[in-house]
Design a protein around this ligand. Structure first.
Ligand SMILES: Cc1cc2nc3c(=O)[nH]c(=O)nc-3n(C[C@H](O)[C@H](O)[C@H](O)COP(=O)(O)O)c2cc1C
Length: 273
């Protein structure tokens, strides 16, 4: 067995790619072992952790070096409690010592244009919102990898988009700033460890030269089997993955309020032309 074989088996079950490099390294090992953690100890983070995570986040690539993102670090228990309600009553937001809200930030760009006595019409376009969202996601994922390298854990919180205006009011966001997702950060409670969750076989996501939907069908069927085994072996009662996906996209109602995201973004000052 190569050093990669074990982590790949955990990530893919029986569907791990046959072709792989012979040896792992510390970065690959860390990436392959990622787990979202939803049970935290109250242990505070060592001084300097937040600033180090932000340095890692700022080291990510950023579209045209616009750096169109910001992050709000929330540690106040009462604010975390209010945010936990806004994101759909997720208890881990209260339990984690640090809650980060990653922002698409066009307000700073607007301010810079204003100081240059220039218009900022470009900010009115969908493209710039996407730039902010992509920048925020890349920055956040760099922070996620960094914190896992420090034996910390995290879970992203998309529920931050359930009620964007209320989140903006709670965090004092100006027009042109939007909470893309939150992130709980802390030390995992060893009494309730999270598991590495299998991913789709590469036959579903890796296309060579041209995309094919048809070629993915066997991989999807395989994944439903791998996930059924995963849930069974961890004593979890879950419908199969394909049913879960189909139910998540079947109607606007299944979006947990995010069906009104376009209206919320307009209210937060994004014109999205
Ligand atoms: C943008 C984004 C939003 C997410 N939102 C939530 C959330 O609101 N609550 C939650 O418990 N997990 C959330 N997750 C975690 C996913 O459920 C998790 O990453 C996925 O099930 C795969 O599991 P793993 O991260 O342990 O491999 C989110 C993940 C991402 C990337």
């Amino acid at each position: 067995m190569s050093e990669l074989a074990g982590p790949l088996a955990d990530r893919y079950g029986a569907q791990a790619p046959a072709n792989r490099l012979a040896t792992a390294n510390a970065v690959l090992d860390l990436l392959l072992k990622h787990r979202s953690v939803r049970s935290y100890l109250p242990t505070p983070l060592p001084a300097g952790t937040l600033e180090t995570l932000v340095a890692a986040a700022q080291s990510a690539s950023t579209s045209s070096n616009l750096q169109a993102w910001s992050v709000v670090a929330v540690e106040d228990p009462e604010r975390k409690a209010r945010l936990s309600q806004l994101v759909g009553n997720q208890a881990h937001v209260r339990a984690a010592p640090l809650f980060l809200v990653w922002l698409a930030d066009l307000a700073r760009l607007e301010e810079i244009a204003r100081r240059q006595a220039l218009a900022s019409e470009g900010l009115d376009y969908l493209e710039l919102l996407l730039v902010g969202v992509i920048d925020a996601a890349l920055a956040a994922q760099n922070a996620a990898v960094a914190l896992e390298s420090l034996a910390l854990s995290c879970v992203y919180i998309g529920g931050i988009r359930n009620q964007p205006e209320a989140v903006a009011a709670e965090l004092g966001l100006p027009p042109g700033v939007f909470g893309v997702f939150g992130m709980c950060v802390g030390y995992e409670d060893p009494a309730r460890p999270a598991q590495v969750k299998p991913r789709l076989p590469q036959g579903a996501v890796l296309h060579r030269e041209q995309y094919s939907l048809k070629a993915q069908v066997p991989a999807i069927d395989d994944y439903d089997r791998v996930m059924a085994e995963f849930y069974e072996s961890h004593g979890m009662q879950q419908p199969d993955w394909s049913s879960t996906v189909a139910n998540r996209v079947k109607s606007a109602n299944a979006l947990n309020g995010r069906d009104r995201l376009a209206a919320a973004l307009h209210a937060l000052g994004f014109k999205i032309r």
